[in-house]
Ligand binder design. Structure first.
Ligand code: IPM
Ligand code: MG
Length: 347
């Protein structure tokens, strides 16, 4: 029996995870759950955003279903105690280096997209984002220069092994889709990016069936809103992937619709909506649970070998949306649990 670590976290995290759990329960799968605190709530109760007890369960679990972290009351804590460190710590401790963020427009949400409907309709892409390196994990700090000016710094770096393993995930993902991989970097300015590009080109030799292209990140940001249909799979570093995936989500309708998978090299994964904790609407029943529900589907597919159950969940969400189910982010009035009901109703 597979063990799922449930990490609802902060803000709207618990509300959306509750709905994901209802959907999983309805499928009668052989799963057990252990729920553990993470983020601001863990800091407030146990003194650390990623307590050792939470990490233990995360290590033992076959997969992790994660809500969101982020708590404004923690904004002035020293960085190592802030809620965001919990997700960064889980990614690092568990070796979850590859982040898959699919962005597709659900039929019926053309008007929710920030783009013109005929442009939005073309979106069907996956962003493969590296998660264990880059400027996120380099040396960082503050110093005072000899002239007395304060300075902050964060070192950006990638080694070739890190680039090679994420490039492979990019090529493999493209191979299973339309066979087009676009590597996004900033090689015209950054040495880290030049190495990235060199290594991606080397790896391409093993994937003659995939068409590789390269794009600078500024141009990629522009192309994503100009003509998102040109992308199949995008592979990029941690920082660029963070930014581009939020952008892609708005092109696809709402950040409340998009799930993500963060995987190690053995099939274990952490599954989370790409949205944050949204403290402004927390506890009001306004959050869209679809991204969390779709994250549960990704979990079934990528870590638990239950592709058919994953397909059923995805089809149920698509159908509920097509039938007009809408939370506030989609221009509707449904509560979080009513949206859960709508998906369960189809299932
Ligand atoms: C994300 C989030 C995180 C990130 C934050 C919460 C640390 O924005 O998963 O995209 O920057 O990776
Ligand atoms: Mg982000």
């Amino acid at each position: 029996m597979a063990l799922i670590a449930l990490l609802p976290g902060d803000g709207i995290g618990p509300e959306v995870i509750t709905q994901a759990r209802r959907v999983l329960d309805a499928l009668d799968l052989d799963l057990t759950y252990e729920e553990v605190p993470v983020g601001g709530v863990a800091y407030h109760t146990l003194g650390h955003p990623l307590p050792e007890s939470t990490l233990d369960v995360a290590r033992r679990a076959d997969a992790l279903l994660f809500g969101a972290v982020g708590d404004p009351t923690c904004d002035n804590l020293e960085r190592s105690l802030r809620p965001e460190q919990a997700i960064l710590g889980l990614r690092k401790h568990l070796g979850l280096f590859s982040n898959l963020r699919p962005a597709t427009l659900f039929e019926g949400l053309e008007d929710a997209s920030a783009l013109k409907p005929e442009v939005a309709r073309q979106i069907d892409l996956v962003i493969v984002r590296e998660l264990n390196g880059d400027v996120y994990f380099g040396e960082k700090g503050r110093r005072v220069r000899p002239d007395g000016a304060r300075e902050g710094y964060d070192i950006m770096s990638y080694d070739e092994h890190e680039v090679r393993r994420i490039a492979r995930v990019g090529f493999e993902t493209a191979r299973k889709r339309r066979g087009q991989l676009c590597s996004v970097d900033k090689a015209n300015v950054l040495e880290t990016s030049q190495l990235w590009r060199d290594v991606v080109i080397e790896v391409a030799a093993d994937y003659p069936d995939v068409t590789l292209s390269h794009m600078y990140v500024d141009n990629a940001a522009m192309q994503l809103v100009r003509n998102p249909g040109q992308f199949d799979v995008i592979v990029t570093g941690n920082l660029f992937g963070d930014i581009l995936s939020d952008q892609a989500s708005m092109c696809a309708g709402s950040i409340g619709m998009l799930p993500s998978a963060s995987l190690d090299d053995a099939g274990k994964g952490l599954y989370e909506p790409i949205h944050g904790s949204a403290p402004d609407i927390a506890g009001q029943g306004k959050a869209n649970p679809c991204a969390a529900i779709l994250s549960a589907a990704l979990m079934l597919r990528h870590s638990l070998g239950q592709a058919a159950a994953a397909d059923r969940i995805e089809a149920a969400v698509a159908r509920a949306i097509r039938d007009g189910a809408r939370t506030a982010d989609l221009g509707g009035t449904m509560t979080t649990s009513a949206m859960g009901d709508a998906v369960l109703g189809v299932l």
